[in-house]
Design a protein around this ligand. Structure first.
Ligand SMILES: Cc1cc2nc3c(=O)[nH]c(=O)nc-3n(C[C@H](O)[C@H](O)[C@H](O)COP(=O)(O)OP(=O)(O)OC[C@H]3O[C@@H](n4cnc5c(N)ncnc54)[C@H](O)[C@@H]3O)c2cc1C
Length: 425
């Protein structure tokens, strides 16, 4: 009997989990390492942040997933991978060191603050469930405090929100806060006037949603206007200090809550015993089989990989869920065959973004959709992509409820409790 080769997968996001589904567990011993014990669904993080969904509806425990269906047979260990030793073929987490025969890095990306001093400590971000929850709590605290204060100037300061970055995440969170302003404020926070809440979105290029069609950008801008969001294009932020955003043109904007969606970079690792080739944005350079250049038996998938080919000759493939999923399937196919014959070819199924109820934009393969048709398509695509029937139903019920009532029931502030630390009386 020959021993099975061990594949260690770092990260159980879109690419990691899809690899686990497709890989032949009779042929390989597969171990997933993720810092969280659940798979999450980033496209809906903005709905957690705006109290539209609770985190449990878009998270799925790995251990439950690994018990059943196609994933059965793979194992999971919790761990935050800190370093990779390419010569010893080991990875190290805060808990242990684990050996591999084949390593698949599917760790995605984190926020990139482009070295702007003090930014990380002051802004709010949406790259994980924890970050989205932190954002939600801050918005809710501000609404409560603004309802109590009688000082109009203080109230307006408390409710000064700025979103940096006009990509899909920026547009979606700005739209969700805009919906709160338009539909919820007067009913649930009667002491606050709509004029007290200000939302600005700042984008460096000349249009929102710059990776989508020009008409999608135009529509998104119009939708945000309807939700009373102030859009500033061709504007870049230089610094943020003492609640003041300084723009590159010298203009200053007072904003107590800044939501940063303007940059991502590959999750960082310490490298030992080898030097993988890295591209801009801390991404692993891979070939058309997703093999990492410069080291042996290591593959990278999804957002953290950088693959240039004839279709994407300079900036690599877009950092989208579909790229991650399709790369994972292709790598599994090659590994299962035991020979690398299938090159990765991305099939673009389209992109979409939503800007509140009944308003979305969708660039599909042969058609551009706007307004309600795009919104219904957006809901359908997201619903079928969420893991687990219970989660799908949960999300659907929340959306129907919100649609019918113009509200959600999740504007709840749970205060964490401090317990005495071990060893202290
Ligand atoms: C707010 C937001 C909205 C988005 N909206 C869309 C959208 O509408 N459509 C779309 O196509 N794409 C969207 N994306 C992008 C999409 O989510 C990514 O392209 C996709 O998740 C990439 O998959 P991945 O497998 O590379 O990484 P991820 O899905 O990010 O998974 C990475 C996994 O690795 C784990 N991990 C990271 N570092 C470590 C470590 N050191 N040790 C252990 N585990 C680690 C993480 O916990 C996570 O589970 C959005 C992203 C964000 C953040």
């Amino acid at each position: 009997m020959t021993e099975k080769k061990r594949i260690v997968v770092i990260g159980g996001g879109f690419s990691g989990l899809n690899l686990l589904k497709q890989i032949d567990k009779k042929k390989y011993d597969v171990l997933l390492i993720d810092r969280n014990n659940y798979h999450s669904f980033p496209p809906l993080f903005y709905q957690i942040a705006s109290s539209g969904l609770d985190p449990g509806s878009i998270s799925f425990p790995f251990r439950r997933e690994l018990r059943k269906g196609k994933v059965k047979g793979a194992r999971y260990n919790m761990g935050d991978v800190k370093s990779i030793d390419f010569s010893k073929k080991e990875i190290t987490t805060q808990y242990d060191t684990i050996g591999y025969d084949i390593l698949v890095i599917a760790a995605g990306t984190t926020n990139n603050f482009f070295g702007i001093e003090g930014l990380k400590e002051q802004v709010y971000t949406l790259k994980s469930t924890g970050e989205a929850l932190r954002c939600r709590n801050e918005i809710l605290y501000r609404l409560e405090e603004a309802s109590i204060t009688t000082d109009i100037e203080k109230r307006r300061k408390l409710l000064s929100f700025t979103v940096i970055g006009g990509g899909p995440t920026g547009v979606e969170i700005a739209g969700a806060i805009g919906e709160m302003k338009r539909y919820i404020l007067h009913r649930e926070y009667p002491d606050i006037s709509t004029d007290d809440l200000k939302i600005t979105i700042i984008e460096g290029t000349d249009r929102l949603l710059r990776t989508m069609s020009e008409s999608a950008s135009r529509e998104a801008r119009e939708y945000l206007g309807h939700l009373m969001v102030d859009v500033k294009l061709e504007t870049t932020m230089k610094s943020y200090n003492n609640n003041v955003i300084t723009l590159a043109n010298g203009e200053e904007i007072y904003s107590e809550m800044v939501i940063w969606t303007a940059g991502i970079t590959g999750e960082p690792f310490e490298f030992i015993g080898g030097t993988p080739e890295m591209a801009r944005g801390n991404r692993f350079v891979v070939d058309e089989y997703n093999k990492v250049a410069g080291v042996d038996d290591v593959y990278a998938l999804g957002d953290i990989s950088f693959l240039c080919n004839d279709d994407y000759p300079t900036s690599g493939h877009p950092q989208l869920a579909q790229v991650a999923i399709q790369q994972a399937k292709n790598l599994a196919k090659n590994l299962n065959k035991g020979e690398f014959t299938s090159k990765f070819k991305y099939v673009d199924k389209g992109t979409m973004a939503t800007v509140g109820r009944n308003r979305a934009v969708a660039d599909l393969k042969h058609i551009h959709l706007y307004g309600r048709p795009a919104w219904v398509t957006w809901m359908f695509v997201h619903l079928i992509s969420i893991l687990g029937m219970r989660n799908k139903l949960n999300v659907l019920i929340n959306w129907i409820w919100a649609y019918c009532t113009y509200s959600t029931s999740l504007r709840l502030l749970f205060h964490p409790t401090k317990y005495p630390k071990k060893g202290q009386s």
